[in-house]
Ligand binder design. Structure first.
Ligand SMILES: [Fe+2]
Length: 191
């Protein structure tokens, strides 16, 4: 993480300005990931087809709403700490470390497989951010803990469609969105 020598111009009382700077950098990365996730969930809402269309189409809108709420809380925490939240599309594209969602019109299960991988990436990075902010700013950490509970529950909603009775996830071992979509489409039979 760069910029650790720079302090925030001002921040909340009782927080070191350099710590605040570090926290806002962590949060900016989470803001990009959440903005990206909200857009991606809508993309799937529009492109899902097949027999499970309505179930998945309708399952995703509450997730979009909740994730949008998370982006708002995260951006406002950055501002509260003295930072400048950046929410423009070009900034997301420039900063992101993940592939753009590349599944277009496809069966519900294929999208759910790809989304499982998307959620895994967001959740892993969110958990790292949660751990990193524990010492620096427990108020921010508390916010991230709440968000993680929601994100993990949403991933469970997806995974319940991808899991066999024996608990095997059809997307296990997938490294790309396409791979996850293909594995999900094939189902939870033996690998
Ligand atoms: Fe809609």
């Amino acid at each position: 993480m760069n910029g650790q020598q720079q302090a925030a111009p001002h921040t909340v009382p009782g927080v070191d300005r350099q710590d605040a700077r570090q926290v806002t950098e962590i949060l900016q990365a989470r803001l990009h990931a959440l903005n990206d996730l909200a857009l991606t969930l809508k993309h799937v809402h529009w492109n899902v087809v097949g027999p499970h269309f309505i179930a998945v189409h309708e399952m995703l809108d509450p997730q979009v709403e909740a994730v949008r709420e998370m982006t708002d809380t995260t951006a406002e925490r950055i501002a509260t700490l003295g930072g400048v939240p950046v929410g423009t599309p070009a900034a997301i594209v420039a900063a992101r470390t993940w592939d753009d969602y590349d599944v277009g019109r496809a069966d519900a299960v294929a999208h759910l497989g790809a989304l499982d991988l998307v959620y895994s990436g967001v959740i892993e990075d969110h958990r790292r951010a949660m751990k990193a902010t524990g010492e620096l700013d427990p108020v921010t950490q508390d916010m991230l803990i709440g968000q993680l509970a929601g994100l993990e529950q949403f991933q469970w909603f997806l995974r319940a469609h991808l899991e066999s009775g024996g608990g095997r996830l059809s997307t296990a071992g997938a490294h790309t969105l396409q791979e996850a979509a293909d594995r999900a489409s094939r189902g939870t039979g033996p690998a």
